[in-house]
Design a protein around this ligand. Structure first.
Ligand code: FE2
Ligand code: FE2
Length: 303
């Protein structure tokens, strides 16, 4: 973003800094009589054959996965950002400080999401599963080039803010506690997206045209891997929902739930990032038209 540099990121980071217990949790517990994830993200409002209680529970299941997904992607985000700090060790100490703060914040976010998972588990029926191991997925992601991984990280950190502003903040029917978690999370994500852009552009200057071309393919591979994760998790979440609630519905409606939740997850973790105007603008400034077409074709296969 224009006019933002690492010094500004440090300044913002100091202003918005929060504490897990004192600011976010504040001795609160989750109230299961409230909705967690807003319709704008969960898309449960499109499943009109479910009653209000069933839709609310499906929003809670999705909300639990939403928190777990963040705790999980933050593992590879910290690892990659820590790795790129190396480029500043003996140089720009302001950039180094800004990136160290970034990592510190992401470690704290992982801790927050780890704290709330058992709190959600305590209020919800048994049987929920989050399938993916953060270290294993991070190791696979980190096999890809820095250019491709930074692109994915920027997408994630842009949609985090977008979700809060567009969907979570305006929805007055949500659990205030759930809402607060993502308010505080979003506050510290603002500077992350700024630094992702700075670092991605910096990396882009270092790569050869052939390396960039390969990195475009790697970005496509990463998005396909994310989609694999979403397919598996959406299936598990719908199985859990059906087992616990056992709604009196027909086979065709079960398929609608399965497709609806997968579509919601693809919106949450792929398209709200890939279609983010800032992401599109930055990506467009780094790649050739033919490379952009390759990405669009790959996204078209997912939709
Ligand atoms: Fe985070
Ligand atoms: Fe972040």
């Amino acid at each position: 973003m224009e006019g933002y540099d690492y010094a500004k990121c440090i300044e913002i980071s100091k202003q918005v800094r929060w504490d897990i217990d004192k600011d976010v949790i504040r001795s609160r517990e989750f109230d299961l009589s409230q909705k967690f994830l807003p319709d704008g993200l969960s898309k449960v409002d499109q499943l009109d054959f479910l009653n209000e209680e069933e839709r609310k529970f499906l929003s809670q299941v999705q909300g639990r996965t939403y928190a777990n997904m963040f705790g999980f992607v933050e593992r590879f985000i910290v690892a990659k950002i820590l790795e790129i700090t190396r480029g500043h060790w003996l140089g720009d100490q302001i950039a180094l400080e800004a990136l160290v703060r970034f990592c510190d914040e992401e470690l704290k976010h992982q801790k927050l999401f780890l704290r709330i998972e058992p709190m959600l588990a305590a209020g919800m029926p048994e049987g929920y599963r989050f399938l993916h191991q953060p270290d294993a997925v991070a190791a696979a992601v980190l096999e890809k080039s820095t250019w491709a991984v930074l692109a994915l990280i920027l997408e994630i950190e842009l949609f985090t803010q977008e979700h809060y502003r567009q969907s979570i903040e305006p929805d007055e029917s949500l659990s205030p506690f759930f809402k607060d978690i993502f308010l505080f999370h979003m506050k510290e994500e603002t500077t992350h997206a700024l630094m992702d852009e700075l670092e991605w552009r910096r990396e882009d200057k270092k790569v050869t045209p052939a390396e960039r071309d390969r990195a475009v393919d790697e970005l496509i591979e990463l998005v396909a891997a994310v989609d694999g994760i979403l397919q598996a998790q959406s299936k598990t979440d719908v199985d859990y929902f059906l087992k616990v609630r056992n709604p009196p519905i027909e086979k065709g409606e079960i398929d609608r739930i399965r497709n609806g939740v997968l579509k919601a997850y693809r919106w949450q973790y792929i398209f709200s990032g890939a279609e983010h105007p800032r992401f599109k603008r930055i990506l467009g400034s780094l790649i050739a038209e033919t490379q952009g077409k390759r990405i669009n074709n790959a996204l078209g296969l997912i939709r």
